[in-house]
Ligand binder design. Sequence first.
Ligand SMILES: Nc1nc2c(c(=O)[nH]1)N[C@H]1C(S)=C(S)[C@@H](COP(=O)(O)OP(=O)(O)OC[C@H]3O[C@@H](n4cnc5c(N)ncnc54)[C@H](O)[C@@H]3O)O[C@H]1N2
Ligand code: MOO
Length: 568
Amino acid sequence: MDRPTVSSRFDAVILAGGRARRLAGADKPASLVGGRRLIDIALAAVADAGTVVVVGPDRDLPDHVRQVREDPPFAGPAAAVAAGFAALGDLPDDRAVAVLAADLPFLRAAHIEALADHRDQERAPVALALDEEDQPQYLVGVWRAGSLRAALTGADASMRSLIPAEAAALALVGLADVDTPDDLADARRQADPVAAITAAAAALDPLAPADRAPDADVLGAVLAEPLRAVAPFPAFDTSAMDGYAVRGPAPWRLVGSAVRAGHDAPALTEPGSALPIATGAVLPPGAERVIRYEEVVVVGDNTLTSEVVGRDDTRRRGDSWAAGDDLLPAGTVVDAAAAGTARAAGVPLIRVRGPLRAVLHTSGDEVGADTGSGIADTASLPVTAALHGFGVRVTPGPHLPDSAAAMRAALGPDRTPGDVVIIIGATGRGAADHLRTALSAAGGRILLDGVPVRPGGSLLLAALPDGGAVVGLGGNPVAALTGAALCVPPVRDALVAAAPVAPEHLRVTGATALAHPRLWRAVPIDPDGVGGWVGRAVDSTAELRSLAGSRGLALLPPTGVGLARRLI
Ligand SMILES: Nc1nc2c(c(=O)[nH]1)N[C@H]1C(S)=C(S)[C@@H](COP(=O)(O)OP(=O)(O)OC[C@H]3O[C@@H](n4cnc5c(N)ncnc54)[C@H](O)[C@@H]3O)O[C@H]1N2
Ligand code: MOO
């Protein structure tokens, strides 16, 4: 059962059996963060351990993990550590033992390595992690086995009573634990900000459906009902190739000139007769099939034969679909292919939501001002371009000076018509930022206020009482673009009731050097030529130079370990 311990540097005890009182008794180690159970995150962090013991109720865990339970259950963490340590067997005093709780959503193997190194350097009985408030985490540590054995003798139920005075401590960034429902929600937001935005956007009411012609104006909308064929496709038997329409077995005699697409065809009345036919032409009455040129031999002036048996290059009426067939499900994005399908199926009007109409405002007294303290508006252009890429129709709204009245007007009932109001700037809580007060005056409901992303985390999503949505974007141009790329697709999908699509992940070279230790970082990306991507550093979020010519925008996970998420 155990994996070889020869090369491993340490063994591990993971506590996974507490009562989780502050989580209303939920099975905390089984809680999902970023799609993984907390227990699996802990196990991944000790993937290099020799023996791994999990103390807690029996769970579905990999075979190499030994599962034990303290006796009696819930006797306290020290008893649980004792039970786990006993299950490791008779360890030499100098063996290292990691002791961890299964409630650390951002714990990684590198943290355990760092603790083990630190304990070695300090020659300490144990090295514990320090949290952001510089408090030692008793359940994130690497022990010397002999010291843990000694500490467990005569300890009471608390972990604290185990800790020797000479314990070493090491600050580990971003190692928050999960105790409360708020902690869990925070961790989930941090684990996947796009999922957090998607969850917030789910509170928006979908738009009312409308009937629209399947033309260019409707691209980017989403089917509110399945697309049902009015006409079969093809609508008539038609030639799929340039060749000959023939009747009866070979040889055939040519009896007329070519049948052209879009024109009526003369009938083939006699067996052994043929007509040249163009791709897309109606199969002549009396013709049985079409044979492409390549497979026909012309003998003399007007006699044909073919050595290919059974060839038929006719597309028969209704081969693709019959009238009344459902062709595409509700929730499908109306792209050019979907609109083309509607046209081919003779559907004059399709019932859709969207395309989403956004009203885009810039804000701030300095923006566009013709004075020494003014600054050019550089944010609205990249945001508009990104919105177009997301299939959103953009109407520029009036520029909003830093006044409460202007902000109220942008959100009030007489605002520029649109489904979503997007405001660049004023998401901060500065003296001139009136967005939150104006939202509250308009009866708006804030659904999301900030995500752990940089730049662009200063992001606000709200719902107005009449069903309109409001997106506030950080004013720095790179933040505005990133915020739009993060927030608008989920808002669009909620408002137009689009079918969910799997997230697009990327492998980005150099991510660890570019990444933030705790936050997700948005970076421009370029193809590396071998199927992956390279990230670019952003010099300043106040200007866009480092994005010029880049081929996309990706969100790197905290520390850069793991897949990046494509935003653009
Ligand atoms: N005390 C703090 N101050 C700020 C923080 C913070 O965390 N604590 N975050 C900074 C970051 S990062 C951003 S982004 C902004 C977000 O605040 P706002 O959304 O209120 O943005 P503004 O203050 O209106 O503008 C920020 C910056 O961007 C310039 N700007 C605004 N609009 C445009 C435009 N259309 N084109 C070009 N540049 C624009 C504006 O002049 C400001 O320099 O808050 C920071 N402060
Ligand atoms: O949202 Mo601010 O950059 O992080 O520019």
